[in-house]
Write a protein that binds this ligand. Sequence first.
Ligand code: NAD
Ligand code: UGA
Length: 465
Amino acid sequence: MTRIKNICCIGAGYVGGPTMAVIAQKCPEINVTVVDINEQRIAAWNDEDVENIPIYEPGLSKIVKEARDRNLFFSTDVDAAIDKADMIFISVNTPTKTYGIGKGMAADLKYIELCARQIARVSKTDKIVVEKSTLPVRTAEALKNILDNTGNGVNYQILSNPEFLAEGTAVDDLMNPDRVLIGGDLDNSEGKEAVEALVDIYAHWIPRERLLTTNVWSSELSKLTANAFLAQRVSSINAMSELCEKTGADVNEVSKAVGMDSRIGSKFLKSSVGFGGSCFQKDILNLVYISKSFGLHEVADYWEQVILMNDHQKRRFAAKIVQTLFNTVSGKKIALLGWAFKKDTNDTRESAAIYVADYLLNEQAEIVVYDPKVKTEQIYADLDYLNTRASKENRARVKVVDTPYEATKDAHAVALLTEWEEFKDLDWKKIYNKMLKPAFLFDGRRLLERKTKEEIGFEFYAIGS
Ligand code: NAD
Ligand code: UGA
């Protein structure tokens, strides 16, 4: 059996970093080198103070501390790491295309292709190439084509090994996954051997029955399907939240009642201001694009509705703030608690908070943001990226502060947008006392208890009740 001694992972991001840290910790006999073209990111992974690694995930810094410079390395020397590796994970970003054919829908595979061409150029020995990034079904075919036609005549086996970790719980998800999916060419002995080599790595800590092997196309498509199903549940419960608000039903009660049906299950039925994160929207748009490109318009429309519902939910929440504040927020200070797309992460990609802030800024509100983990510059970068107004104006009209008390002082309204645990335990009486009256509190996460907030004096609105 092929025993892997050296792994290279291209892409030191939210997936590459944590995934490789866990592999290195669990497989001390394998050297794992994570490479990236982003020098700043690699420098941060190598920072002497392990608390400064670029990605915040509970438990991650401890693992990095244990494995770094033992058998876990971070480097910008991509060629050297490719050259040395028996197995190469491609874990680069696959964002939605912003230009040309498929603009706004298809996955932009330029970073993937660059990796393939670099692997082909550098490799002098046989390699197993593992797709870790989320990719359109049949991408492995394109990869193989590039590798076989531009390479140095070495053999490549391509595997698909999509990642199912969720941010904020990445370490737990990697340590104890529901399943690990490995797609490979199981009809061929070399393909089988490559699959076994990867199975062997995960078997260091994951029971074999949870290591699922399939053909490559099933593996690639299963990843898009899993994200589509998860996002669909959120959009489904969010659709019901609006109906709850009109009928006197409470979405938390509905969610509990529905989720206790074991056929439905209770997870991922929490109504919110809308799902965010780097992947749900991009992967569903990709699925919609693939379906359309096969002429499957009904399939495409079905999945697109999940995104349309999510956009509606974000807009509806922001509109509710404006409407409740007597139809104008012009010149009014509104405090946003939370900017990350969910708790326990510093990731803000596609966070609902960005869109709520943008909507309120269009209504001429003055925004003050507090988030325990997100850096000020990131908040401005997120707003600038939308291109709705000049960067200078975003800086003038949005303030980022260090405490929730500073954020809410003299505010007309508070909108809770990320479910950080610490928001539950704030001194809400103190916040109320320092706000303008009537003091409005909008809970976009169903984190706070209505009764106690109303007793304090807040005008309280919560999604879905
Ligand atoms: P990311 O943007 O955090 O990291 C990607 C990294 O790849 C960046 O640091 C970038 O500089 C680097 N990179 C790009 N091209 C490169 C090249 N040619 N050479 C070297 N480095 C290069 O992205 P991410 O969140 O880690 O996601 C990576 C992939 O994993 C995506 O396909 C995503 O859909 C998928 N995924 C993400 C998550 C998640 O929770 N973030 C979960 C599962 C799957
Ligand atoms: C999601 C999937 O859960 C992972 O399995 C997948 O690997 C990953 O996408 C990916 O491919 O990138 P992630 O986006 O990190 O993980 O986080 P989730 O916990 O799925 O949350 C996504 C969004 O949905 C967040 O904004 C969250 O607040 C929201 N959400 C989630 C709800 O509003 N309600 C819920 O019940 C669950």
